[in-house]
Ligand binder design. Sequence first.
Ligand SMILES: [Zn+2]
Length: 123
Amino acid sequence: MPNRWRNVRATGKDPLLGTAAHRRNRKHWQRLRLPCAVRGRAIDYDGPNLINGRQNPRALVVGHIISRYEAMRMGWPESRINSLANTRPECRACSNKSGAQLGFKVQQANAKVKTGRTDRDRW
Ligand SMILES: [Zn+2]
């Protein structure tokens, strides 16, 4: 729902991450050890999350096939968003990339909504 997404944006924390379902999915993908679902490169399943204080670009990230943002807009319940069927293994590098793209799209959508007011303020 839009309200929850606003909360996510405000706090920078996603309430869907860190749940029991999320941990279960992560364990599942960790066991299967498949390559990254985005680019097919190997995932560093045993590696650390951080290397010298920087994110390990090959670390496992449990990605959502239908993004959480899209799923919430479609009114999916949390259980469906975080179901195993809606997740896939991704490496950190690909996950950050798709997240950044989604963030950009959301920003653009929000900018469109605000355009009228912004223009009046400016002109
Ligand atoms: Zn990848």
